[in-house]
Ligand binder design. Structure first.
Ligand code: CA
Length: 294
């Protein structure tokens, strides 16, 4: 016997088939492991102080504060997404959005407006009040059509960042959605840029650390980004190419049926464990873990 499920509701034939399919499929990659921030950017809400915010759906539940008059627009490819006017719109994030770790991954969808290329940052995190004291900075692109990825700096001096850059085609940064992923590993000194899940540019010998930050902005920094953006994710680790492709696929796929709704019990029945002295605790803990790991 395998995968006994008990629900407090009647499942539809489609849901029953989904359970059957799921049990025969290997577990998916854990694209939530090391996730520091995930802004879907599909909704702007007002908080109690009447400030506009975007929600972080990662465990950290950080809030982004919306400035200017950034709007949510309906998009035929990605559904609702945020639009920056390129004049004064941006999101301010808490400094905890950028992990101070040896590794980082930043990924998002961007669809640039007509005014690109122009002087702008789409993501910007600085160590002081100096505009170019970058800890992380992405020009997408700068006015010279180059994509710049800056990450890590000499702690004691400003304007001392590690950088990789490459000229981009207009088709990659305007009037069309592209999925961009930026990674850095401080220990190996490797910095990578992926375009639509394929490695697009890389650099080595970039060992400067990702140190402390005083300000983080999305859609602005050194100039204002013009265009649409969706699903910003930041990780405290370097994602594999397979994981990057999985994120890209997840974002383009409609949400699956919620076969966990009303689930009272799920015994995978794939393991028999010996209990310890803390019998009651162990049983409850294992059952909980297994039902949430479906
Ligand atoms: Ca505006």
């Amino acid at each position: 016997m395998s995968n006994l499920r008990v629900y407090n509701r009647a499942l539809s034939p489609e849901e029953i088939n989904e359970c059957m399919k799921l049990d025969g499929t290997p577990p998916p990659m854990d694209i939530n492991s090391g996730l520091q921030l995930h802004l879907p950017l599909n909704e702007i809400v007002e908080n109690d102080a009447k400030e506009k915010e975007v929600a972080d759906i990662s465990a950290g539940k950080l809030k982004g504060k919306v400035n200017g008059n950034a709007t949510i627009v309906d998009d035929s490819q990605l559904g609702n997404c945020i639009n920056f006017d390129g004049v004064d719109d941006y999101i301010e994030l808490p400094v905890a959005a950028i992990p101070q770790s040896d590794e980082i991954t930043i990924s998002f969808w961007a669809n640039g407006g007509k005014s690109l290329p122009k002087t702008n940052s789409i993501l910007w995190a600085v160590a002081s009040d100096k505009i170019n004291d970058y800890v992380v900075n992405i020009h997408l692109p700068w006015s010279d059509s180059q994509i710049y990825f800056d990450c890590g700096k000499t702690p004691t001096s400003s304007n001392s960042y590690n950088r990789i850059q490459k000229i981009a085609e207009a088709v990659d940064f305007k009037d069309k959605w592209s999925y961009w992923t930026f990674t850095k590993n401080v220990t190996t000194g490797e910095m990578n840029i992926y375009l639509n899940g394929t490695l697009w540019h890389s650099g080595t010998g970039k060992n400067k650390p990702i140190n402390s930050i005083t300000q983080v902005k999305v859609g602005a920094g050194y100039g204002f980004y013009h265009g649409k953006m969706a699903n910003l994710r930041i990780y405290d680790r370097v994602l594999s190419p397979e994981e990057i492709n999985e994120c890209m696929k997840v974002d383009g796929t409609p949400p699956p049926m919620d076969i966990n709704r009303g689930l009272q019990l799920h015994l995978p029945l794939n393991e028999i464990v010996e209990n310890a002295l803390i019998y009651g605790y162990m049983t409850e803990c294992c059952l909980q873990r297994k039902s949430t790991n479906v």
